[in-house]
Ligand binder design. Sequence first.
Ligand code: ADP
Ligand code: MG
Length: 245
Amino acid sequence: MQATDAPLALPALQAEGVTKALHGGDTTVMAVNGVSLRIDRGEFVAITGPSGSGKSTLLYLLGALDRPTSGSVRIDGADTARMHDPELAALRNRHVGFVFQFHFLLPELTALENVVLPQLVAGVARATAQARAQELLERLELTHRAGHRPHELSGGQQQRVAIARALANRPLLLLGDEPTGNLDTGNSHKVYEWLREQNQQHGQTIVLVTHNPELAEAADRVIELVDGQLVADGAGRLAPPGGSP
Ligand code: ADP
Ligand code: MG
């Protein structure tokens, strides 16, 4: 790689002073409060922090599922604040795969069809989309379940289908909110192995909110939130203001 001549790759994600105020009753909570961070392509990042610290809110802002009250989020260099909803939806469909704690598969579609659908939405031809879906389901040891509907699958199988679906369009970013939070240890381990393989072998950029120490440990970088603020990033806890490093 010619570091001096090659154009610098745009960061997968760039957040500047991101704030999100949420209103409940008479009170306003700064769910995310002035977060700035940059995540490069191929990074595997875990976001941790106590319950209510703003992890989910931050993840949704980073994935453009939600808009900040102030500050900016850039995905692959594109400023999401400047986009209207249809443009944002297109950006998400092209660049971002989401995996949530609960899978949200479409109940009337088979496992295979659930993985095919986002590709059709993105304009991929049906035959190509089916081949891609079969390949992903095979890698996740689900070939024998491809024709089953979600209610016929175990929780772990459903979550693996959801991961296949999230990866179907080869997104720049895979975002997960407690993706193993609802799984037993065995299934949790499979999901973890698969995510690590995606990152190491395919350079997939992954950002996961997790309480699972094994998942956090697998990450190259751990970001910690407390009260909506970033208190640690990377190797160690950030120095307090005025403190020595
Ligand atoms: P975490 O994922 O770390 O548990 P969240 O991002 O869900 O935290 O929540 C951050 C803060 O924002 C919490 O104080 C929570 O109560 C508040 N919050 C989350 N969603 C809403 C909402 N829809 N309306 C009002 N407050 C909310
Ligand atoms: Mg949460």
